[in-house]
Design a protein around this ligand. Structure first.
Ligand code: URA
Length: 214
């Protein structure tokens, strides 16, 4: 491991420790664990999802439920494993509501996203990825532009992010899991294609700046 990797690893560990005590919003009252993010601290490719669900809240790790299994499967189609990439979310704590004694995930609220923004900002500033893939609309709204239209704009590349050379949005694996039959297959393939395109972008950037390995 190079010094750059070591330095990023230490900085991310320090930031993660700080985030573990975050009380910036009321999600800190109901969370079990802060899900900071994990993976290669010097990853050229970062996936940013929406926020932790039940499994992530219980384990403190991102994308470990069914959506995570689908993401792993789609990455594997391109020979990508979690060791190659970094995975995190715009929201670091589970957003949920109690409904008839059942706890269910809910979309993040704008004040919660605002409270959490600085963690993601500092995280991405340390990693300095070449390419970011936003998984789902909340990540795309935060990192690409407001009112992102997922079905129209997914797979379209954007430049000018403060965090990376190229940024794109892909369908969220949890959305894909809610599709059935042919629609499921089409959506799954679109995620596989978007990950493949992200891999090619990394290769392209590497050719231009050959200092990061993938
Ligand atoms: N969905 C997300 O957006 N993030 C996770 O970590 C898990 C599910």
């Amino acid at each position: 491991m190079s010094d750059v990797n070591d330095e990023n690893s230490v900085l991310l560990a320090q930031l993660s420790e700080e985030a573990a005590n975050c009380q910036s919003c009321s999600l800190s009252l109901t969370r079990n664990k802060v899900v900071f993010g994990e993976g290669n601290p010097n990853a050229p490719l970062v996936f940013v999802g929406e926020g932790p669900g039940q499994n992530e809240d219980a384990t403190g790790r991102p994308f470990v439920g069914r959506a995570g299994a689908l993401l792993d499967e789609c990455m594997r189609e391109h020979g990508i494993t979690r060791n190659h990439v970094y995975i995190c979310n715009v929201l670091k704590c589970r957003a949920c509501i109690v409904e008839n004694t059942r706890i269910r995930n809910r979309p993040p609220q704008s004040d919660e996203l605002d409270s959490c923004r600085d963690w993601l900002h500092r995280q991405l500033t340390i990693i300095k990825p070449m390419v970011i893939v936003c998984l789902g609309a909340p990540a795309a709204n935060s990192l690409i532009h407001k009112d992102f239209k997922m079905l129209k704009e997914r797979g379209k590349w954007f430049d000018g992010s403060p965090y990376c050379r190229h940024i794109v949005a892909a369908l969220h694996p949890a959305y894909i899991l809610r599709q059935h039959g042919e629609e499921f297959e089409t959506a799954r393939h679109s995620l596989i294609d978007d990950i493949g395109a992200a891999r090619m972008k990394v290769i392209q950037v590497k050719r231009e700046t050959p200092s990061k390995l993938f």
